[in-house]
Design a protein around this ligand. Structure first.
Ligand SMILES: [Zn+2]
Length: 165
């Protein structure tokens, strides 16, 4: 129980970025769904390859890394370089994505969130405490959940909480 009126300190999971509230993120997710003409069928095993091609034509690339070269299984399920537009994932996750697996789709949408929300580390330090809405990881999760909700995709099993960056 907290007895002070001060908000509890928020521990950032990711980089501190420009704050976006759920309404902003929902709007951006909606624009992306429209631009790429996304629907529930887009994420089926037979169609996801078309979306991946479409992304590549728009400068977003997925690099699947051989499982034995993916040294980060304890740290990350996927990685992203938002400035370069590159998403890196181990082959087994990439294969799951291509089978339309809900967990792999959410990981993929999370990484796309980092790209479409234009995440980059802030270059200056601030003496004010960070808040949830400035956390790049929270924003990317929120983006993924917005798309999943809008397109009525099958959610991943809630008991599985994996780390991905
Ligand atoms: Zn992330």
């Amino acid at each position: 129980m907290t007895t002070t009126s001060e908000a509890p300190h928020y521990a950032m999971r990711g980089h501190r970025v420009h704050a976006l509230n759920p309404t902003d993120i929902d709007f951006i997710a909606g624009r992306i769904c429209k631009i790429f003409k996304l629907s529930k069928q887009t994420f089926s095993a037979s169609n996801i390859g078309l979306f991946i091609n479409d992304l590549e034509e728009n400068g977003v690339f997925i690099d699947s890394i051989a499982d034995e070269e993916w040294m980060m299984e304890d740290i990350a399920r996927a990685m992203v370089d938002p400035q370069k537009g590159f998403i890196y994932m181990p082959e087994w996750t990439y294969e799951k994505l291509n089978r339309g697996d809900p967990e792999a789709i959410r990981i993929f949408l999370h990484e796309l969130g980092h790209i479409f929300l234009c995440h980059r580390a802030m270059l200056h330090f601030s003496d004010t405490k960070g808040v949830l809405e400035e956390d790049s990881e929270w924003q990317a999760d929120e983006f993924a959940d917005c798309v999943i909700r809008k397109l009525r995709l099958k959610p991943q099993s809630p008991q599985l909480e994996f780390k991905y960056f």
